[in-house]
Write a protein that binds this ligand. Structure first.
Ligand SMILES: [Mn+2]
Length: 180
């Protein structure tokens, strides 16, 4: 099945809505994760159907700090948080420790606005980058998001640009047997 993962829109409502609309009728997409820092109100209808968390620039109280999501379809557990509370700027260890409390094998975060997809100590870490304010080596792409495709054998992390075009150069495939 597929999982939409995007983050750090920072008031770019038009792009946020473009991404949600693009996948809203895709029945292969079983969950839609937004990793924080929209700067929209938590009750904003834009979040309908999304699993979301609070970012350091979200000052509305009702957002969750973290979410644990188990997919029965793929028998995997996701841990989602923005990252500012777990030292995502510095390394993946603090995030790893937190995700491991919930036996999550996939860790979703944002905050740094930098693209990350790697297996670290048996967990797949995904930062989709920012859709509106990218930083780091992939900033020249102008903004990115992810569609994760899970099969019996693999995690396919597909990156897309703001116009919905696939970016093959940074998309990756990981074997599931390499995660715990
Ligand atoms: Mn941010």
């Amino acid at each position: 099945m597929k999982y939409l993962i995007f983050s750090d829109a920072h008031l770019d409502r038009k792009e946020f809505e473009f991404i949600v609309d693009k996948y809203k009728d895709d029945t292969d997409v079983v969950a839609r994760f937004y990793n924080g820092d929209s700067q929209f109100e938590a009750r904003d209808p834009i979040f309908e159907g999304l699993t979301t968390v609070v970012g350091n620039m979200d000052f509305d109280q009702p957002f969750n700090i973290e979410n644990v999501y188990h997919s029965n379809q793929d028998d995997i557990t996701f841990y989602q948080t923005h990252g500012h509370l777990y030292r995502a700027d510095y390394n993946l260890d603090t995030l790893w420790e937190q995700a491991n409390k919930f036996n999550a094998e996939i860790v979703l975060f944002g905050h740094t606005h930098e693209v990350v997809s790697e297996i670290y100590k048996g967990k797949l870490f995904i930062n989709p980058g920012s859709i509106s304010n990218p930083r780091g080596p992939q900033a020249f792409l102008g903004g990115t998001y992810v569609v994760l495709n899970v099969t019996n054998e693999a995690f396919e992390v597909d990156y897309f640009g703001r116009a919905g075009e696939k970016i093959s150069s940074i998309s990756k495939i990981f074997e599931r047997k390499n995660t715990l």
